[in-house]
Write a protein that binds this ligand. Structure first.
Ligand SMILES: Cc1cc2nc3c(=O)[nH]c(=O)nc-3n(C[C@H](O)[C@H](O)[C@H](O)COP(=O)(O)OP(=O)(O)OC[C@H]3O[C@@H](n4cnc5c(N)ncnc54)[C@H](O)[C@@H]3O)c2cc1C
Length: 419
């Protein structure tokens, strides 16, 4: 019986779901016809029940030198095939991250001097669109891993960069970030949730970091904390240090496999050598790492929207009533995608990035819900990808969202023009 059992369409959505590796992905993601075909194939792959061997197969992944590489398409096909199993088992995407390490994904984000490939911002966005389209959980975990690695690479003090960056790029250790309480989380509270008390050239950390993706799996955390005089520091903290408590991740609307949750710090000493930056007024504004509402967060939303639009187009090929919404959403997807790459190709300001994020949020919510509408009752079955995409799309309403983006999205939902 088809994986969707009686809910599957009469002609079955996934009669041919084995990815064709002899047919590499288009050389430019924005090439309309080829991209449409790729999106439909990713949609197809997502229909398949997880292969029992998806987690145990050791597949050699070719090194991805640039975003046009067929090796990226091939990796994404594997990720898309394995994506349903992450929700089903609520398992950590450890295997997927190992594939990415093997393919050199973690090197995209760093300069050649630091051992990376030095991809441009536009190429990074193209890479994230492809990963987000294939498996949002893996793509999201990578953003947090990359956020930690880039903060370590940009360290202005201490020796963490010399000790941690090379093993991070090789995928030998895992680091993640707990920084949102400096930017978008707990901003209404009088007292900082994570305090840094100066001591002997270093700091003692006391309090908690409310959101840390992959914390139970991490070797190192990059965390932000606030000093007694209101300044901020960033520090690298090993998770096996006494006083660091990483409870299991919480159950989420989607992306539970990312094992996200709070981390508690009970009188944890950070030596000066592990301080990465600060004390400073706005430690997150200095250097590169994980800017809120940045283009790379929008790239993931565009990627997920691409999966939904690809599915809609595939259905529209046999159901003419879906042609109009499928074409309209594809046009909007291309506009947003092209705007993303245009902004990534120059120095865009915070307002432009915020406006793109708002547009990407709107698109991903509408495209995924359109896919669900097209999938009908079958799409409402828990294991159907369209339902998962809808749940995943809700993430963009809350993740790394500057207040003005949240306000604009809420006004759009309220159909109010007074932002
Ligand atoms: C799945 C997931 C993974 C994440 N991963 C990471 C990560 O790895 N690293 C990281 O640094 N961050 C991470 N984040 C954090 C994320 O980027 C945002 O910072 C977070 O979603 C903001 O939500 P919050 O509930 O913390 O916001 P808050 O602003 O703290 O809101 C919490 C509650 O406080 C109340 N409240 C809010 N504002 C006000 C106000 N003005 N007055 C009175 N009450 C108010 C509301 O009741 C609200 O529900 C993650 C978030 C999610 C959901």
């Amino acid at each position: 019986m088809h994986p969707l059992g009686e809910f599957a369409g009469t002609d079955g959505p996934a009669d041919s779901v084995t990815p064709d590796r002899s047919d590499p992905r288009p050389t430019r993601l924005a090439e309309r016809g080829a991209l449409r075909e790729y999106g439909a194939r990713v949609g197809e792959a997502r229909f398949e029940r997880p292969r029992a061997d998806a987690k145990v197969n050791s597949i050699m992944h070719a090194f991805i030198e640039h975003p046009d590489s067929p090796a990226l398409a091939s990796l994404c096909e594997e990720l898309a095939e394995a994506a349903p199993s992450l929700e089903e088992d609520v398992s950590w995407p450890g295997e997927q991250l190992a594939w990415c390490a093997e393919a050199g994904v973690f090197r995209w984000f760093h300069t050649p001097a630091d051992g990376g490939l030095g991809w441009s911002e536009a190429d990074l966005c193209r890479g994230y669109v492809a990963l987000g389209q294939a498996c949002l959980t893996t793509a999201f975990v990578i953003t947090q891993r990359v956020g930690a690695a880039r903060r370590i690479a940009g360290a202005t003090t201490g020796s963490a960069k010399e000790r941690l960056l090379a093993p991070l790029l090789r995928g030998e250790i895992f680091a993640t970030v707990g920084i949102s309480h400096l930017t978008t989380s707990r901003q209404h509270l009088q007292r900082p949730v994570l305090r840094a008390i100066a001591e002997g050239g270093g700091y003692r950390l006391e309090g908690m970091s409310p959101w840390v993706t992959g914390a139970p799996k991490a070797d190192w955390l990059v965390v932000g904390a606030v000093t007694e005089d209101g300044q901020q520091i960033l520090a690298a903290v090993p998770t096996d240090q006494p006083g660091v408590e990483t409870p299991p991740g919480v159950r989420l609307v989607a992306l539970t496999a990312s094992q996200t949750g709070p981390v508690h710090f009970y009188n944890v000493f950070v030596p000066a050598d592990d301080v990465l930056a600060g004390p400073a007024d706005d430690v997150m504004g200095r250097g590169k790492g994980a800017s809120t509402g940045g283009l790379q967060t929008s790239a993931l939303a565009v990627g997920l929207a691409g999966a939904a639009v690809g599915y809609l187009e595939k259905e529209a090929a046999k159901r003419p009533n879906l042609r109009t919404p499928a074409d309209a959403l594809r046009d909007q997807w291309e506009e947003t995608h092209d705007r993303l790459l245009a902004l990534a190709s120059r120095e865009a300001d915070a307002q432009e990035k915020g406006s793109l994020r708002q547009e990407a949020n709107s698109l991903v919510l509408r495209a995924t819900q359109a896919a669900l509408g097209a999938a009908k009752g079958a799409g409402y079955v828990w294991s159907h990808p369209a339902g998962r995409w809808c749940r995943e799309a809700l993430f963009f309403l809350v993740w790394s969202c500057p207040q003005q983006v949240t306000d604009a999205n809420l006004c759009e939902l309220a159909q109010s023009h007074e932002v």
